[in-house]
Write a new protein. Structure first.
Length: 306
């Protein structure tokens, strides 16, 4: 039985349509400068379907890993925006990719990708060899585009990784948490749109990301200075900056992509990871800290050796 995991392939997918801050400023009581100052976001991608984007990202991850469809043992799709209430979107992705394995959705909001990574390691330890983990969202479908507080944030996109069982290191330390008592800070009812208490979300997001990251690092027996790269949920640059400072990881060692993608929930961490890998910011043996936080309120962190 192999107890470790490695990320052997990755891929992303973004819709063609770009909505800039200038586009939003034309119809909302806001300006480009105000949005950048408050969020760090300059543009976001809108369009597509959750399963369609997931399929595109998943295909690229499988190809980069040098694998064939029959090599994948399981699909985990982290999403808050499935294409249908029933069934889950993961089986559609499985079919579109020509896979013959099990497939299920996982909803932990913006923490979903890290939740999925921890679940994937557990499944690999049962004897599976390779798992396709995808974060895919079409948040534009549940966004009120006349609401300035939320429409400047949310976007669509997907990111995927292939994780394989190995004899080496797996997740060195991890933390999963949720606080259902604060569900009202950020939610969307069935058939509704996002409702958000912005200041409360900011306060709780910083607190959750810091505590979760510190717990994962303590479990791994590492210090902030040992982390080569922090890959956080891409919700808001101020949250990332403040949290990183309190954790002890500066912005220079943080993967950022939100300026071009906005907040794509469960897709944001793999989108940021691919951007960092394209920039040659990781080498074998480096330690990576993944950290997400979101509606629920959920939080999740994991320390992985690259």
């Amino acid at each position: 039985m192999m107890n470790g995991l490695r990320i052997s392939g990755w891929g992303t997918a973004l819709p063609e349509r770009t909505v800039t801050n200038a586009d939003l400023a034309k119809r909302l009581d806001t300006t480009e400068e105000w949005i950048v100052e408050r969020t760090g976001i300059r543009e976001r991608r809108i369009g597509g379907t959750t399963s369609g984007l997931a399929t595109e990202a998943g295909a690229r991850a499988i190809q980069r890993a040098g694998l064939q469809p029959e090599d994948i043992d399981l699909v985990i799709l982290a999403t808050t925006t499935p294409d249908k209430t029933v069934p889950a979107s993961a089986p559609s992705v499985q079919h579109a990719l020509g896979l013959t394995c099990g497939a299920f959705d996982l909803n932990a909001a913006c923490s979903g990708f890290v939740y999925g990574l921890v679940v994937a390691q557990g499944m690999l330890r049962t004897g599976l060899k390779r798992i396709l983990l995808i974060g895919s969202e079409t948040l534009s479908r549940i966004t009120d585009w006349e609401d300035r507080s939320t429409s400047i944030l949310f976007a669509d996109g997907a990111g995927a990784i292939v994780v394989e069982a190995t004899d080496g290191d797996g997740i060195l330390g991890w933390d999963l948490r949720a606080d259902g008592g604060n569900l009202s800070a950020l939610y969307s009812d069935v058939g509704g749109t996002f409702q958000m208490q912005g200041r409360e979300v900011y306060r709780r997001a910083v607190h959750a990301m810091v505590e979760s990251s510190q717990h994962a690092m303590n479990e791994a027996g590492v210090r902030p200075e040992d982390i080569k790269l922090l890959v956080p949920h891409q919700a808001n640059l101020r949250i990332i900056t403040t949290s990183g400072r309190r954790i002890g990881i500066p912005l220079e060692r943080t993967a950022l992509v939100l300026q071009k993608t906005g907040n794509a929930s469960a897709a944001s961490i793999p989108l940021a990871l691919e951007s960092a890998l394209d920039g040659d910011r990781l080498a074998p043996g480096d330690l990576v800290l993944f950290s997400g936080y979101g509606a629920g309120m959920t939080a999740a962190s994991a320390v992985v050796r690259w």
